[in-house]
Ligand binder design. Sequence first.
Ligand code: CDP
Ligand code: MG
Length: 740
Amino acid sequence: MAAFKRPGELSASAFGLSFADRDVGGAAAAPIYNMNERLALTEQRRRLPIYAHRTQLLYLIEAHATTVVVGETGSGKTTQLPQYLHKAGWTGGGRMVACTQPRRVAAMTVAARVAEEMGCRLGQEVGYAIRFEDVSTPGVTRLRFCTDGVLLREMMQDPLLQKYSVIMVDEAHERSLATDVLLGLLKKVQRRRPDLRVIISSATIEAEAIASATIEAEAIARFFDTSNVRRPVGHVEALPAEGQPPSRSPALMSLEGRMHSVQVHYLETSTSNYLQSAVEAAVAIHKEDQPGDILIFLTGQDECEAAVKLLEEEGRRLQRSRLKWRLQPVALYAGLPASHQLAVFEPSPRGVRKVIAATNIAETSVTLEGIVYVIDSCFAKQRCYNPLTGLESLLIAPISKASAQQRAGRAGRVRPGHCFRLCSEDDYESKLPATTVPEMQRSDLAGTVLQLKSLGIDNIMSFEWLAPPPAETMVRALEMLHALGALDGDARLARPYGTQMAELPLDPPLARMLLASGEMGCTAEVLTVVAMLSVQSVWAPGGRRDVDDAKARFAVAEGDLISYLNVWKAWEESGRSKKWAITNYVMHRSLLRAADIRNQLQAHLRRLGIKPSSALEGASAFDQEALATVRKALAAGLFINAAKLTDELQVKLSDQDDSGASIYRLVRSAGGEAAAAKLRIHHSSVLFRCRPQWVCFYAAEQNDTGWYEMRDILAIESGWLTELAPHMYRLAPVNTQMRR
Ligand code: CDP
Ligand code: MG
């Protein structure tokens, strides 16, 4: 390989960005395969690091109830292990192997890859299941890739997971909320089903990270140790005798690395604009004229799209220069339409250098080929729940060192690579935490508590948590479920609401409003709203003004939720026309998906014995009473998130904005942090320029400005709060104002 110019010189000369070098080492070994040779799939599979370990892995799985597998991204854990199990007979006798993923897109792409490798149609022997989308065939599917959330939900029908012989909990290092709950439950299941095998897999890279990831893996392994004899983690047991259960002490296996070394570079001083710096670094790398795709880690969809725009401009500017490669910027984030995602995963054509601007979705869960350079902003959006306000924040925060290591590792798959961290080495050392806080400890747990209760786990506090959530979050979840009528005064599952809400695959507030619609005679309308709230986005991205104008055509003073009803009605009247959707800046794909979700939810209601009804069908467009019925049913799920307009000073959102924002305060707050939370209407809401006195909202997030911004808003009458939730609002101190 041609000598690579020291990146320090490269960036310094080109942009005054100067990177201090640091080689993190890593075991350079023979390439996994040459990018240019298209090896037959079987040959590719043999070259994966996991292949050499397959016999030993199968032995461990046979001999131990739990096996923890640690190996870096791309070593073949997800795609190969289920296939080895299939071949070894674990899918015989009508049983299945499940492999869980924290992310939907991972479940889908991995299943597609495995189906291709096995030469079958997706949905036959190999299938996948994500919420509201099951592409598998009962009785035929043997390997089932699903989100961790889907498997949790399955446990409510089949608590011992009898359909499965092996459960592989993949990407356990991500410590998603559902993964943590699942691990706790699987430990219980294993006591009742000694034959069930659990595989826990976790990614890691490089010596340093292996050390920390292995500590995590050991903690997980120890968590699963239910044998009475204490043995060192990693102890290998003899195979169980015929008909005997396997050893209860877990096995631990590390797949040795086959990564190339990745040289890490830091900025001399941290940048204040990582987006700009990332684009500049990408262009500098490109101008070096060495082969290899570039992967940029940013924090969100907007940033990824902005980086792509900037890089496209740069690409046009560079067109006349005599570079061997042409820049092809692409974005990769969770909400990206599938057709666009394909472009990201395709290998770059000859003469093209792909620059992928991605969120942390590209950190471990999807495979990107051909990356030689990683540019890491060292930031990510982090969701954090505050039990004191009952609201979430989504703030841009420094990632952990463990994440940064994972990101760097993406550069070393095909040849020795480079990782450019857009901060100084001092800041890296001092400002980045060692590991990411598990989602369990920073999430609203109402849904989780409800699920656990319906699985018969009454004493939530004594549940075996891998990492116990904060006590305040627990208390708050119990309070919320009680307010919604799901739990009785003794915090036991209440009938009928609690059991019915647990059966619906929805957040507790959405489940509650569906149940209310049955009683109030408007299931048709509430089903539509709930389905629309369950899809990514109804409105098309793109030119804000056009979209705003289109939105205005459907907007009503009653708020976003009722505007969704208008969109739905118009789309239905157009015969669900795609052309109609395009001309109205509405995402046709989202509506189709909403229609599908709506059907599934309707079937759920039927199973619960709730009769279909409609308040608006046949009613005149001006029938305020009929509309109030629908709004009340929606409020029956959202009353906890009620906010009132204050007469506090209005603030300007930005210099371009002439409307200003009005300040809202939570109604339920009696004092403390919740009372101090300042809310305003998010610019995406149809009510952005309106000032309704009383509102309920489905979501509010604190952003980097410190404001909580409400989305998916419903305008309400104040009297409804005391009517729908007298247990919550009768004694509230704000009551006197409410009854004016
Ligand atoms: O799970 P782990 O990260 O250990 O690896 P994997 O996802 O099983 O991927 C193993 C190999 O399969 C990768 O190195 C890719 O070459 C290939 N793969 C692919 O080409 N397309 C996918 N969607 C997934 C994997
Ligand atoms: Mg994997």
